[in-house]
Design a protein around this ligand. Structure first.
Ligand SMILES: [Mg+2]
Ligand SMILES: [Zn+2]
Length: 189
């Protein structure tokens, strides 16, 4: 499962060069944890034109990405487009997704791409992968089409199915029920 970075895994701060400002979106950590536990590879496919624009250096970008991994856990692959135009990797071009699939030794058709804007899901389509849009407040309404999830947890449930109930929760509920039965029996309600 491949994720756009800005606006999908972390709050979108354009051309951010400061690791201290990296802030995961709600549910990102739990969604990734569930995927990793299920044995799925996870990756990041991100446009970072700040490099081409001279607003961001590679060491700064690497430091930000390292912070992303410190907060969200390790990713099996990172595919980064540093260009502004004229390349085959800047989303909606398929290059990042094809590169990630190759690095993971899977076919693009086996990949799911999750992103917050039209270019992410178009890149998925152009690579032959499945795209899921998780819109944010800044997603343009015209971009909201195709498969849409409410949030990252929902997106992951679309791939893995609904999560099993936590067994410790069921234990707690059933012990509460039997306590109530004992109480009722003892006090003759
Ligand atoms: Mg984005
Ligand atoms: Zn590129």
């Amino acid at each position: 499962m491949l994720f756009d970075r800005d606006g999908t895994l972390i709050t979108d701060i354009p051309h951010n060069s400061d690791p201290g400002r990296v802030e995961p979106v709600p549910g990102a950590r739990a969604a990734l944890h569930r995927l990793r536990r299920a044995g799925l590879a996870v990756g990041v496919v991100t446009n970072q034109s700040g490099i081409a624009r001279g607003l961001l250096s590679w060491p700064e970008l690497n430091a930000v990405n390292k912070r992303v991994e410190a907060l969200l856990g390790p990713f099996d692959v990172w595919q980064i487009c540093p260009h502004l135009s004229g390349c085959s990797c800047r989303k909606p071009a398929p290059g990042l997704i094809l590169g990630a699939a190759q690095a993971l030794h899977v076919r693009p058709q086996e990949c799911v791409v999750v992103g917050d804007i039209g270019a992410d899901v178009e890149a998925a389509e152009n690579a032959g992968a499945r795209g899921i849009l998780v819109p944010t407040a800044t997603t343009l309404s015209g971009e909201i089409h195709g498969e849409v999830a409410d949030n990252l947890i929902d997106a992951v449930s679309r791939i893995l199915g609904d999560p099993e109930p936590d067994p410790s929760y069921l234990d707690r509920v059933s012990s509460e029920i039997s306590l109530r039965r004992v109480w009722k029996a003892g006090f003759g309600e």
